[in-house]
Design a binder for this molecule. Structure first.
Ligand SMILES: Cc1cc2nc3c(=O)[nH]c(=O)nc-3n(C[C@H](O)[C@H](O)[C@H](O)COP(=O)(O)OP(=O)(O)OC[C@H]3O[C@@H](n4cnc5c(N)ncnc54)[C@H](O)[C@@H]3O)c2cc1C
Length: 351
């Protein structure tokens, strides 16, 4: 949908069909990313929260970042997809059907969806990547609640609170205060295997109890598994975009910014007659993220420290740039200097 919305803007007369079997409501969840005031303005109808302060906490310290230029933005996925849909042009249409099969003949693609076969000169494929067993992943369960009493620090997002059970892998609480009585709390793991649902829920309950936060009512639940490894597209004959093309940062699981950049660039290219999908994340960044994950796997005892030291080495603006892949050479230098050297040097050759 992001590509279709960008095409409507940059190539409004292109003949495009977007195949999506799920409704916006069925796809609803929270999508967060760092963005400027311009992003907040453009995405206002889908914004559920914006913050200028975020924090990471472990048993020893708290790293709090504040930013003037950058916002941590949370969108309702459903409202974002509706916004994209509302921006489509008359020749760019949504088809509420799954593609069952794609055949190629003489460089023309034949897509079967519902009872119709569509022909296409170009296919951009954002179906989720192949699932890989044993790979690193971020898996989580979130609970959205209304609280009985107003909570403190409702102007601050908790990106990672590591003061939870670390016995099964890197584990943290992610908490978004949409207001002082409206909170999303996610129990999030970065590891190679999922946990039973009850385990995430108990973590959330304990975290709320320890902070004296009582639940007035439940608003909803959401869960997800985000691959943090190399992603393989489902069909090597089509041009993969989105997660299947590698838009997910392997060290953090964030992809929204990269999908926006990729689809905007691609729409610009298509408007000029070029159909090559832009590489979403540079090879250097992919290498650094894979090295980071390698150290996490091989040295789980260092995991919390790595995230805390990385955040502690940067201020708010620098951290936001680091997370969105736009950090400068010197900001990279700060992060590298803050990391323990021996494990990184040892695993450089096995990435
Ligand atoms: C609960 C949850 C919370 C998340 N939070 C964040 C976040 O805060 N920040 C962030 O950056 N990322 C977040 N993510 C990850 C993010 O959602 C994904 O990385 C991103 O959606 C990938 O985009 P995509 O377009 O490549 O694929 P998807 O968004 O997965 O879209 C793939 C689409 O393909 C459709 N499809 C599947 N099969 C077919 C078929 N045969 N024919 C036609 N269509 C088909 C599906 O219905 C789906 O809509 C979250 C994920 C989840 C599940």
């Amino acid at each position: 949908m992001s590509l279709a919305a960008n095409l409507a803007d940059l190539a409004p007369h292109a003949e495009v069909r977007v195949f999506e079997p799920k409704t916006e409501e069925e796809r609803d969840c929270h999508w967060s990313f760092w963005g400027s005031g311009r992003h907040v303005e453009a995405l206002k109808p889908a914004c559920k929260g914006t913050w200028k302060r975020w924090q990471l906490i472990d048993h020893e310290k708290k790293v709090v970042h504040e930013s003037v230029a950058q916002n941590y933005i949370t969108l309702s996925a459903s409202d974002y997809l509706k916004l994209c849909k509302a921006n489509l042009s008359p020749t760019i249409q949504l088809v509420r059907n799954a593609v069952k099969k794609i055949d190629y003949k003489n460089n023309v693609a034949f897509l079967s969806a519902g009872d119709i076969t569509y022909t296409a000169a170009h296919v951009f494929d954002s179906r989720p990547p192949e699932k890989k067993s044993g790979g690193m992943m971020q898996h989580f369960l979130g609970r959205e609640i209304r609280t009985k009493e107003p909570i403190t620090e409702s102007d601050t997002v908790t990106l990672m609170d590591f003061r939870v059970d670390q016995s099964r892998g890197l584990h943290f609480i992610y908490a978004l205060p949409f207001s002082d009585t409206h909170l999303l709390i996610e129990s999030t793991m970065i590891s190679q295997s999922k946990e039973p649902q009850q385990w995430y829920l108990e973590t959330i309950d304990n975290w709320l109890n320890e902070r004296g936060i009582s639940v007035e009512s439940d608003i909803g639940y959401e869960s997800g598994v985000i691959p943090m490894d190399n992603c393989q597209p489902q069909d090597s004959r089509t041009s993969a975009i989105g997660a299947a093309s590698g838009t997910i940062r392997q060290s953090s699981g964030y992809s929204f910014n990269y999908i926006q950049q990729q689809t905007k660039q691609l729409a610009g290219r298509i408007s000029r007659g070029c159909y090559e999908v832009p590489t979403p994340i540079s090879a250097k960044l992919v290498f650094m993220d894979r090295l980071f994950n390698r150290v996490l796997i091989k040295h789980p005892e260092l995991s919390v420290k790595l995230f805390m030291q990385m955040a502690g080495a940067l201020n708010g603006e620098q951290f936001a740039r680091f997370m969105t892949g736009t950090a400068s050479f010197s900001e990279w230098g700060r992060v590298i200097l803050s990391m323990p050297k021996t494990p990184f040097l040892r695993h450089m050759w096995s990435v």
